[in-house]
Design a binder for this molecule. Structure first.
Ligand SMILES: [Zn+2]
Length: 432
């Protein structure tokens, strides 16, 4: 889970992978990888049993190192395991397609079911800290626990999603078509993000009625996310010796009006789809000063506004500017970063049913995550993964096995429960 403090709307505009192109509808599995099969080293034969207990699968995934930008090995293993699943779909059932695009792997069912659920997870981890291979022991509370790099962020979530896909792709119990996306480079700068690349180059692969990201959410639904704007406010003045201050014009003093308005601002909350989102506006950086005996001629501050997703970015910018209320010609403001929020979308049936099955508890997501990429495509998206996000990126990263089992059970129940009639069931074609 990358908590992006500095995200830029430009991240949505990157170029796709020019090597990758498929029609996405072929019944046969399609390979578009950049890896030359003949040149693959022996490690490419890592074997993953996706139908095994997701607890065992979590450990197996941790044991394949996959630090960001070094993910070919795990992508090879996941691709091979999904092709094995595709090869065992019962006769007469529509084929499962598997596509490899860079180090991203996408597998889909094509049953003609009334809804399509997207199950997405990143395969990369932060750098290993003497915590691979995995170990199993007890945590501070005495619970049976897996330790290792990626245990909670997010190979346990990947394991639950891979297991659900492998178990249901050929099963008549499946009640929603599935798109499984295992993607690269989530933990580093947004320009490398595999989900972003897919959204640009193969947007049809991201089509669906609801998207689940297996990032750790404490086994409850985290929906939507805040938007973020960062502005730089700069005050200009005139430099002078502080002994003859009347000859100068102190830029730092000129900034204090804006600073005090932000400090006095009382951030609101917004209630959306039953969730309460808190907002915040903070001065996050201030700088000024020439020397200790000098009236400074420039002072600047960064202000960060985190807004609830009931506002679009234009409205949020207008609100921020209203609070800053700059009317001094020697103070200017520059917008440096804008990231839209994501509405939770829990008013949509596919998402509401998931909340009901996961115990009826949903909470707002703070920070900015990849759910925004789906929200930008109009798809309600939630984080739903096992484990405590407080352990993300830690040397003692860990996941109690019961949380894996519980999430896996909830996920299977959701995917095998027929959607409530959303108006399309009556006309949904039979699987053919
Ligand atoms: Zn993560």
């Amino acid at each position: 889970m990358a908590t992006l403090d500095r995200v830029n709307a430009k991240d949505f505009d990157r170029a796709g992978d020019p090597d990758a192109d498929t029609d996405g509808t072929a019944a046969d599995a399609v390979g578009t990888g950049t890896t030359d099969a003949a040149a693959r080293p022996p490690h490419a034969r890592d074997h993953l049993d996706l139908r095994a207990d997701p607890v065992e699968l979590t450990a197996a995934l941790i044991d394949i190192p996959s630090v960001s930008r070094d993910e070919a090995r795990i992508a090879d293993a996941v691709e091979a395991a999904l092709r094995d699943v595709a090869a065992t779909i019962p006769e007469g059932m529509p084929a499962v397609t598997v596509e490899r695009i860079g180090d991203n792997v996408v597998a889909r069912t094509h049953r003609g079911l009334p809804q399509r659920a997207i199950l997405a997870g990143h395969l990369d981890t932060v750098p290993i800290a003497d915590n691979v291979p995995s170990t199993r022991g007890v945590d501070a509370e005495g619970r049976d626990t897996i330790f290792g790099c990626g245990a909670v962020d997010m190979k346990s979530g990947d394991a639950c999603y891979l297991h659900a896909f492998a178990t249901l792709a050929g099963s008549p119990a499946l009640k929603r078509d599935l798109t499984l996306i295992m993607y690269a480079c989530e933990e580093i700068a947004g320009e490398f993000n595999g989900l972003g690349h897919l959204a640009d180059s193969h947007p049809h692969l991201l089509e669906g009625d609801v998207a689940l990201l297996g990032e750790p959410s404490g086994n409850v639904i985290e929906a939507g996310c805040q938007g973020s704007i960062r502005v730089k406010v700069t005050a200009h003045g005139t430099r002078a010796h502080s002994a003859r201050a009347w000859l100068g014009d102190n830029a730092a003093h000129r900034l204090t009006g804006v600073l005090s308005r932000v400090a006095a601002y009382s951030a609101g909350t917004a209630r959306i789809d039953g969730l309460t989102y808190r907002e915040g506006m903070q001065v996050v950086h201030i700088q000024s000063g020439v020397a200790t005996n000098t009236v400074p001629d420039e002072a600047w501050a960064y202000v960060n506004y985190r807004f609830a997703p009931h506002r679009d970015t234009d409205e949020a910018i207008a609100h921020l500017m209203g609070v800053l209320a700059i009317d001094d010609p020697l103070v200017d403001v520059e917008i440096e970063d804008v990231s839209p929020g994501a509405a939770p979308g829990l008013d949509r049936a596919a998402a509401a049913e998931l909340v009901a099955i996961a115990g009826g508890v949903a909470k707002p997501k703070y920070g900015w995550t990849d759910v925004s990429r789906f929200a930008a495509l109009g798809i309600p998206a939630v984080n739903f993964g096992p484990g405590d996000p407080a352990y993300c990126h830690k040397r003692d990263e860990q996941i109690p096995v019961d949380m894996i089992t519980e999430l896996s059970d909830d996920l299977l129940r959701y995917l095998t429960t027929a959607p409530a009639d959303d108006g399309r069931n009556a006309t949904a074609p039979a699987a053919s």
